[in-house]
Design a protein around this ligand. Structure first.
Ligand SMILES: [Zn+2]
Length: 313
């Protein structure tokens, strides 16, 4: 775990080196300090993390901006901390970089960088049988599939421009257990094709699908692999998707409330039977949607006990 900090101001201020929770170190006699922490302490590949930057009470911070794994962060003040939700990519190796810029009233700007360690996600390998055209689409469909991928990327990227629309906790879109978890290797008709980038809920065609949280419907339509699909933009970079539907009950542009019935389960697109595939992304980083169920950006990222002894408050 590495954290470094550079100053672009001319004022001489002691550097504070901050490492993740539990292993913080701080310089003595500093004029100001910032430290960082994140929750969980060892985020897995393809997971959500809440990243926090602590500011001491004398500091007058104008703005905190930054990126993690290349996606912009949206900080909100929580007491003495600025917290932001972020996504760790499924293909991350041993760490992901956060780069934070802190602007202060008096002018001056600090850059804090941190390397967050990443845990390896272990997931099952699943053997599936599907229509050969859906596993290996004919070449003639390549432009359509490319265009759909670009469209979905734009939808996810735009969620960074939407203010956070939700305040209640996220809830699952279907009751009942997950029939296929996130990140498993998918072997279609004997050939390894992809990893499972969402979770499946087994269900019958026509059963209700509920909005995981408040958001705006940014897409309703048919996609080649996903079948009838609906995307919700929850703002602050978060998007949820509902795939393989039989029908949608809302239209693009609608604002939906948490728990609202937005669609019906179906068996459209690349499926082996009726199910709801639920996906979640932070910008274009796909994460395990089940992480949303415990997401609370306002909860502390570190307790006093986690913080370095003697670090300035
Ligand atoms: Zn699925």
């Amino acid at each position: 775990m590495k954290v470094s900090r550079t100053r672009s101001t001319v004022r001489a201020v002691a550097l504070v080196l901050c490492v993740g929770v539990g292993r913080s170190v701080a310089a003595q006699g500093v004029e100001r300090s910032s430290e960082v922490a994140w929750r969980p302490q060892l985020p897995l590949q393809g997971s959500l993390v809440v990243f926090g930057l602590h500011v001491s009470s004398e500091e007058t911070v104008v703005a905190v901006q930054g990126t993690l794994a290349g996606e912009p962060l949206h900080f909100e003040r929580v007491g003495a901390w600025f917290n932001a939700v972020a996504g760790v990519p499924l293909d991350a190796r041993d760490s992901v970089m956060a780069r934070i810029v802190v602007e202060r009233v008096a002018g001056g700007r600090d850059t804090v960088t941190a390397a967050l360690p990443v845990g390896i996600r272990t997931a099952r390998r699943e053997q599936l049988a599907a229509d050969p055209d859906l596993v290996q689409p004919p070449e003639s469909l390549a432009p359509r599939i490319r265009a759909e991928r670009a469209l979905v990327r734009r939808i996810k990227r735009r969620a960074h421009d939407t203010p956070r629309l939700w305040r209640e906790p996220f809830a699952r879109p279907r009751p009942g257990p997950v029939s296929s978890g996130f990140g498993g290797a998918r072997v279609f008709n004997g050939v390894a094709r992809s990893r499972h980038l969402g979770v499946d809920f087994a269900a019958r065609v026509g059963e209700p699908v509920r909005a995981a949280n408040r958001g705006v419907v940014t897409f309703v339509g048919a996609l080649y692999f996903s079948g009838h699909t609906l995307f919700l933009d929850h703002g602050g970079g978060l998007v949820t998707g509902y795939l393989h539907l039989s029908r949608a009950l809302v239209a693009r542009g609608d604002t939906v409330s948490a728990g609202q019935v937005i669609a019906r389960v179906g068996a459209t697109g690349r499926v082996t039977g009726p199910n709801l595939h639920w996906l979640a992304s932070y910008g274009n980083v796909l994460v395990d949607p089940m992480d949303l169920l415990t997401l609370d950006p306002a909860a502390p990222v570190a307790t006093a006990a986690d913080r370095a002894p003697g670090s300035p408050r």
